[in-house]
Ligand binder design. Structure first.
Ligand code: GDP
Ligand code: ZN
Ligand code: ZN
Length: 593
């Protein structure tokens, strides 16, 4: 395979920590069951496996009903009260869109001709002399153009004269009760055709087997498309007679919730009603619904008209809803979007492990936490799960004192202070892995005794004379020496093996056997490079560096810490004494980053 393709044909996956725990296993399954139940429930109940599409529709209405209206009629030249019949052509008006209008009340101004006449008296149109009127004045609220004269309206009142349709319309309140009060018995037939273009499905609200003499009733006849106007108002809790006086707007909602799957086919409308105009507005804000229209006629070659102010109810038909059909892509997208919920158990259990591990218990929760058994277990899981990585900065150093259990992390510039005196942050000492010791079989064997001068005695004689008199002030063990480095770098090497006064680590048995044993270090070098040629001078340098490394691994436990570990001065000089450099200065610790 060409080299470029090696990169391509790689598969990477996450490594996970599996925790064998009854309680966490139960929590996991509990969460998974809840998520699975919810996801399945939502899938079936909301039919989330369906592709939904909204409908397009057409509506046609037909109002039927006859009303008798008591009004003034002219008979043989005399005005008389009489009954006149109103049929649909009289009380319905063609409207645009999905609406129809039913007149319930009206005010008529009969026999108007174009001419000059006084305005209907209101606060605005009254006058006492011609000065109160203005020629040519055109008020959008008035009925005509003022002539500038103030004329008599009746015995007591004078108003401005206008050029208009005369006599002018009176500003009157609509009759109470409404003239067509029995319009509540009118019926309307609504024909509604709908289409779902995406699903290629068409249907209508009137099915062939419908009994055409029915009347809609919410529970007994909910599919009947013939509605009594009074019933519509009763459904919404309104009083028809009250609305009929000034008019209003009523919504008829047709909701189609269609399931177009063949195994559960259902596509029937649901009717509901809602009053759409603002019934709470007070008088001054023009309540109700009205408009004016005129009927024109000729009388003795004069054009005349009857002006009618019509009050009534506009019915708006609102058709909405959607149709759904099984769609494999929708189902896959839904399943994909729910998969993330199965991670909820992980988030929750990780939260428990983090919160109740004793590291966090000690810092803030511990005083109230009675669960220290649980904390210890969580602590164990925590250690297995998390690996903390410290940023490898050039200022990072680790320090270990033989009389302290913890290792200290120092992450700042020393600025002339001895490293011995810097406090640092305590971090736990990595656990000792004893398998490493088996790699050093030679160091644990006693070296062959040199006749006449046993090494142990030689060592003891050294211990007996620690350089206490010459040791610097920061030294606690009596074996440290001042640094040889430049003044600015000296503070890094001002470090003892102890925090409090006591025996030096260089006098210990493991130090002698692991760090100072020439045989052991030589073996380690050969272990790394089996055919290494060991010549005298270079070997000393190699052995010395190897000894530093051995010490760091021994006292700091992990390779990560060893790279930044600072040797105490006593160890540094003891190692240098054992494996000295033939010429020049020792260069000291260099940060690997
Ligand atoms: P050199 O042999 O003349 O260069 O001088 P040294 O005997 O001081 O050895 C220098 C090497 O040992 C460098 O690679 C240093 O990083 C390493 N070294 C010296 N001191 C320390 C120390 O305190 N800690 C660690 N981890 N390495 C050290
Ligand atoms: Zn010391
Ligand atoms: Zn020491």
């Amino acid at each position: 395979m060409p080299a470029c393709c090696d990169e391509m044909f790689l598969y990477e996956t996450n490594k996970v920590t599996r925790i064998q725990s009854g309680s966490y296993g139960t929590i996991k399954w509990f969460f998974h069951m809840i998520v699975f139940s919810y996801v399945s429930f939502a899938l079936v109940c909301d039919k989330l496996y369906q592709r939904k599409e909204s409908l397009i529709s057409s509506v046609h209405t037909k109002v039927k009903g006859i009303a008798e209206v008591r009004e003034e009629i002219l008979e043989n030249g005399k005005k008389e009260e009489g009954l006149s019949v109103f049929d649909p052509a009289d009380y319905t008006f063609p409207l645009q869109g999905n609406s129809f209008f039913v007149m319930t009340n009206f005010l008529k101004t009969k026999g108007q001709v174009r001419g000059l006449c006084p305005e209907y008296p209101t606060r605005r149109t009254r006058c006492s002399s011609d000065r109160g009127c203005k020629k040519g004045w055109l008020d959008p609220q008035s009925k005509g153009i003022q002539t500038g004269r103030c004329v008599v309206y009746n015995q007591t009142i004078r108003t401005c004269e206008v050029s208009a349709w005369c006599p002018t319309e009176a500003s009157e309140e609509p009759p109470r009760p409404a003239l067509l009060n029995n319009a509540e018995n009118f019926t309307v037939l609504i024909k509604n055709n709908i289409d779902f273009p995406g699903h290629n499905y068409t249907t209508r609200n009137i099915l062939p087997d419908l009994n055409i003499s029915c009347t809609f009733h919410k529970t007994q006849n909910p599919q009947c498309p013939i509605f009594r106007l009074g019933d519509i108002f009763r459904e919404t809790g309104e009083d028809f007679s009250e609305v009929a006086i000034k008019g209003g707007i009523m919504g008829i909602e047709i909701y189609w919730d269609c399931n177009l799957d063949s195994w559960f086919h259902r596509c029937r409308p649901k009717y509901s009603f809602r009053r759409l105009d603002d019934k709470t507005t007070n008088e001054s804000l023009y309540p109700g619904y009205n408009f004016r229209y005129a009927k024109y006629y000729q009388e003795n070659n004069v054009e005349k008209r009857t002006l009618i102010k019509v009050f009534g109810i506009r019915f708006d038909i609102l058709v909405f809803g959607d149709g759904g059909k099984f769609d494999i892509i929708t189902l896959i997208v839904y399943i994909g979007s729910t998969l993330s919920y199965f991670g909820l158990a992980t988030v929750f259990i990780d939260f428990l492990i983090n919160t109740y591990s004793s590291t966090s218990c000690q810092s803030h929760i511990y005083p109230y936490c009675k669960c220290c058994q649980g904390c210890a277990v969580n602590e164990y899981y925590y250690k297995k799960k998390y690996e903390t990585v410290v940023e490898p900065k050039s200022t990072l150093k680790y320090v270990s004192f033989v009389d302290e259990f913890h290792i200290r992390m120092v992450d700042k510039q020393l600025l002339g202070r001895s490293l011995q005196d810097v406090k640092g942050k305590e971090i736990p000492r990595p656990l000792m892995d004893f398998t490493d010791l088996s790699r050093l079989p030679l160091s644990l064997q006693d070296p062959p005794p040199i006749p006449g001068q046993p090494e142990a005695i030689q060592l003891l004689s050294e211990e007996a004379t620690p350089g206490s008199s010459s040791s610097p002030s920061w030294c606690q063990c009596g074996n440290c020496l001042p640094s040889q480095l430049r003044k600015s770098q000296q503070c890094l090497e001002e470090l003892c093996c102890r925090k409090k006064p006591g025996a030096c680590i260089t006098t210990s048995e493991p130090f002698r056997r692991l760090i100072l044993s020439r045989r052991a270090l030589q073996f380690l070098l050969l272990y790394q490079e089996p055919l290494l040629e060991l010549d005298a001078d270079a070997t000393n340098n190699q052995l010395r560096h190897c000894a530093y490394r051995c010490y760091a691994i021994w006292r700091f436990g992990s390779k990560d810490l060893a790279d930044f570990a600072i040797l105490p001065s006593c160890c540094r000089w003891r190692i240098r004494k054992e494996f000295p450099k033939s010429e020049g200065q020792y260069s000291g610790f260099k940060s690997p980053y």
